[in-house]
Design a protein around this ligand. Structure first.
Ligand code: SF4
Length: 188
Protein backbone atom coordinates (compact mmCIF):
# COMPACT_ATOMS: atom_id res chain seq x y z
CA UNK A 1 0.00 0.00 0.00
CA UNK A 2 2.80 2.40 0.94
CA UNK A 3 4.63 1.50 -2.27
CA UNK A 4 1.56 2.44 -4.26
CA UNK A 5 1.11 5.72 -2.34
CA UNK A 6 4.73 6.75 -2.99
CA UNK A 7 4.41 5.76 -6.64
CA UNK A 8 1.18 7.73 -7.10
CA UNK A 9 2.68 10.86 -5.46
CA UNK A 10 5.82 10.74 -7.57
CA UNK A 11 3.84 10.02 -10.72
CA UNK A 12 1.66 13.08 -10.10
CA UNK A 13 4.71 15.27 -9.40
CA UNK A 14 6.41 13.95 -12.57
CA UNK A 15 3.31 14.72 -14.60
CA UNK A 16 3.12 18.29 -13.22
CA UNK A 17 6.81 18.83 -13.98
CA UNK A 18 6.25 17.51 -17.51
CA UNK A 19 3.31 19.89 -18.07
CA UNK A 20 5.34 22.78 -16.66
CA UNK A 21 8.35 21.85 -18.81
CA UNK A 22 6.15 21.56 -21.91
CA UNK A 23 4.82 25.09 -21.30
CA UNK A 24 8.34 26.43 -20.71
CA UNK A 25 9.67 24.70 -23.83
CA UNK A 26 6.94 26.27 -25.97
CA UNK A 27 8.48 29.70 -25.26
CA UNK A 28 11.64 28.51 -27.03
CA UNK A 29 9.90 26.24 -29.60
CA UNK A 30 11.42 23.18 -27.91
CA UNK A 31 9.58 19.89 -27.30
CA UNK A 32 9.87 18.30 -23.81
CA UNK A 33 12.33 15.66 -25.07
CA UNK A 34 14.46 18.44 -26.60
CA UNK A 35 14.43 20.32 -23.28
CA UNK A 36 15.45 17.11 -21.46
CA UNK A 37 18.31 16.37 -23.87
CA UNK A 38 19.52 19.98 -23.72
CA UNK A 39 19.41 19.93 -19.92
CA UNK A 40 21.39 16.68 -19.82
CA UNK A 41 24.03 18.06 -22.20
CA UNK A 42 24.34 21.20 -20.07
CA UNK A 43 25.23 19.21 -16.93
CA UNK A 44 27.26 16.25 -18.28
CA UNK A 45 31.04 16.05 -18.63
CA UNK A 46 33.11 15.83 -21.82
CA UNK A 47 33.11 12.00 -21.69
CA UNK A 48 29.31 11.86 -21.62
CA UNK A 49 28.20 14.37 -24.28
CA UNK A 50 27.69 11.80 -27.05
CA UNK A 51 24.42 10.71 -28.71
CA UNK A 52 24.80 7.25 -27.11
CA UNK A 53 25.10 8.72 -23.61
CA UNK A 54 22.03 10.91 -24.19
CA UNK A 55 20.17 7.77 -25.33
CA UNK A 56 21.22 5.88 -22.18
CA UNK A 57 20.37 8.76 -19.85
CA UNK A 58 16.92 9.46 -21.25
CA UNK A 59 16.07 5.79 -21.87
CA UNK A 60 14.82 6.57 -25.39
CA UNK A 61 15.45 4.87 -28.73
CA UNK A 62 18.49 5.83 -30.82
CA UNK A 63 16.14 7.10 -33.56
CA UNK A 64 14.26 9.42 -31.20
CA UNK A 65 17.49 10.84 -29.80
CA UNK A 66 18.98 11.26 -33.26
CA UNK A 67 15.94 13.34 -34.33
CA UNK A 68 16.02 15.27 -31.05
CA UNK A 69 19.69 16.19 -31.42
CA UNK A 70 19.22 17.18 -35.06
CA UNK A 71 16.40 19.52 -34.00
CA UNK A 72 18.53 21.04 -31.22
CA UNK A 73 21.36 21.59 -33.69
CA UNK A 74 19.01 23.20 -36.22
CA UNK A 75 17.66 25.53 -33.51
CA UNK A 76 21.20 26.62 -32.61
CA UNK A 77 21.17 25.06 -29.12
CA UNK A 78 24.01 22.55 -29.69
CA UNK A 79 26.88 22.12 -32.12
CA UNK A 80 28.49 18.85 -33.19
CA UNK A 81 32.17 18.40 -32.58
CA UNK A 82 34.24 15.37 -33.71
CA UNK A 83 36.34 13.64 -31.05
CA UNK A 84 40.02 14.63 -31.37
CA UNK A 85 41.20 10.98 -31.11
CA UNK A 86 38.33 8.95 -32.58
CA UNK A 87 36.61 10.57 -35.56
CA UNK A 88 33.71 8.09 -35.29
CA UNK A 89 32.69 9.70 -32.01
CA UNK A 90 30.72 12.95 -32.02
CA UNK A 91 30.45 15.31 -29.05
CA UNK A 92 27.54 17.72 -28.63
CA UNK A 93 28.49 21.08 -27.21
CA UNK A 94 25.81 23.36 -25.79
CA UNK A 95 25.90 26.84 -27.36
CA UNK A 96 25.44 30.06 -25.39
CA UNK A 97 21.85 30.13 -26.67
CA UNK A 98 21.27 26.62 -25.28
CA UNK A 99 22.87 27.53 -21.95
CA UNK A 100 20.69 30.65 -21.67
CA UNK A 101 17.53 28.62 -22.31
CA UNK A 102 18.37 26.15 -19.55
CA UNK A 103 19.43 28.89 -17.13
CA UNK A 104 16.26 30.91 -17.61
CA UNK A 105 13.80 28.02 -17.65
CA UNK A 106 14.89 25.34 -15.15
CA UNK A 107 13.68 24.60 -12.51
CA UNK A 108 10.34 25.26 -14.19
CA UNK A 109 8.09 28.04 -12.70
CA UNK A 110 5.43 25.82 -11.09
CA UNK A 111 8.12 23.77 -9.38
CA UNK A 112 10.09 26.83 -8.21
CA UNK A 113 6.92 28.43 -6.79
CA UNK A 114 6.24 25.35 -4.71
CA UNK A 115 9.80 24.98 -3.45
CA UNK A 116 10.03 28.67 -2.53
CA UNK A 117 7.20 28.05 -0.04
CA UNK A 118 9.01 25.18 1.65
CA UNK A 119 11.49 25.75 4.49
CA UNK A 120 15.22 25.04 4.10
CA UNK A 121 14.93 22.14 6.57
CA UNK A 122 12.05 20.62 4.63
CA UNK A 123 14.03 21.02 1.38
CA UNK A 124 16.98 19.20 2.95
CA UNK A 125 14.69 16.38 4.07
CA UNK A 126 13.20 16.10 0.58
CA UNK A 127 16.68 16.02 -1.00
CA UNK A 128 17.84 13.33 1.44
CA UNK A 129 14.79 11.12 0.90
CA UNK A 130 14.67 11.49 -2.89
CA UNK A 131 18.41 10.84 -3.18
CA UNK A 132 17.97 7.65 -1.17
CA UNK A 133 15.05 6.54 -3.33
CA UNK A 134 16.93 7.31 -6.55
CA UNK A 135 20.13 5.53 -5.55
CA UNK A 136 18.19 2.49 -4.32
CA UNK A 137 16.19 2.37 -7.55
CA UNK A 138 19.36 2.55 -9.66
CA UNK A 139 21.20 0.00 -7.54
CA UNK A 140 18.45 -2.61 -7.28
CA UNK A 141 17.73 -2.41 -11.00
CA UNK A 142 21.37 -2.26 -12.09
CA UNK A 143 20.95 1.06 -13.94
CA UNK A 144 23.83 3.45 -14.63
CA UNK A 145 24.00 6.12 -11.90
CA UNK A 146 25.04 9.11 -14.07
CA UNK A 147 26.17 10.74 -10.82
CA UNK A 148 28.29 13.82 -10.15
CA UNK A 149 31.99 13.14 -10.82
CA UNK A 150 33.29 14.17 -7.39
CA UNK A 151 31.21 11.40 -5.77
CA UNK A 152 32.63 8.66 -8.04
CA UNK A 153 34.72 5.76 -6.78
CA UNK A 154 37.33 6.48 -9.51
CA UNK A 155 37.76 10.13 -8.54
CA UNK A 156 41.04 10.83 -6.77
CA UNK A 157 41.80 14.18 -5.17
CA UNK A 158 45.36 15.38 -5.83
CA UNK A 159 47.33 17.51 -3.34
CA UNK A 160 47.48 20.52 -5.71
CA UNK A 161 43.68 20.87 -5.60
CA UNK A 162 43.05 19.10 -8.91
CA UNK A 163 41.58 15.61 -9.41
CA UNK A 164 42.36 12.47 -11.40
CA UNK A 165 40.10 9.87 -12.98
CA UNK A 166 41.49 6.42 -12.26
CA UNK A 167 39.17 4.81 -14.82
CA UNK A 168 39.77 7.05 -17.84
CA UNK A 169 43.32 7.91 -16.72
CA UNK A 170 42.69 11.61 -17.24
CA UNK A 171 43.31 14.72 -15.14
CA UNK A 172 40.17 16.54 -13.97
CA UNK A 173 39.72 20.12 -12.89
CA UNK A 174 37.30 21.66 -10.38
CA UNK A 175 34.67 22.26 -13.09
CA UNK A 176 34.88 18.67 -14.40
CA UNK A 177 34.15 17.17 -11.00
CA UNK A 178 30.88 19.09 -10.66
CA UNK A 179 29.40 17.52 -13.81
CA UNK A 180 27.63 14.19 -14.25
CA UNK A 181 29.30 11.27 -16.04
CA UNK A 182 28.12 8.16 -17.87
CA UNK A 183 30.95 6.14 -16.27
CA UNK A 184 30.15 7.26 -12.71
CA UNK A 185 30.28 4.54 -10.08
CA UNK A 186 28.90 5.08 -6.60
CA UNK A 187 31.37 4.83 -3.70
CA UNK A 188 30.49 2.10 -1.21
S1 SF4 B 1 36.05 9.92 -11.88
FE1 SF4 B 1 34.20 8.74 -12.37
S2 SF4 B 1 32.67 10.28 -12.82
FE2 SF4 B 1 34.67 11.30 -12.94
S3 SF4 B 1 35.28 11.18 -15.08
FE3 SF4 B 1 36.14 9.38 -14.05
S4 SF4 B 1 34.60 7.75 -14.33
FE4 SF4 B 1 33.61 9.72 -14.78
Amino acid sequence: MKNYQIYAILERISELIRVDSRQTGIRYSLHPIQMEALHYLSICNKYSDTPMAVTDYLGQTKGTISQTLKALEKKGCVIKHPDSKDKRVTHLLVTNKGKDIIKSSLPTPMFSNALNSISATESDEIIFTLKKLLSTMLETNNIKSFGVCRTCIYNQAINDGSFYCNLLKQPLDIKDVQLICKEHKVTN
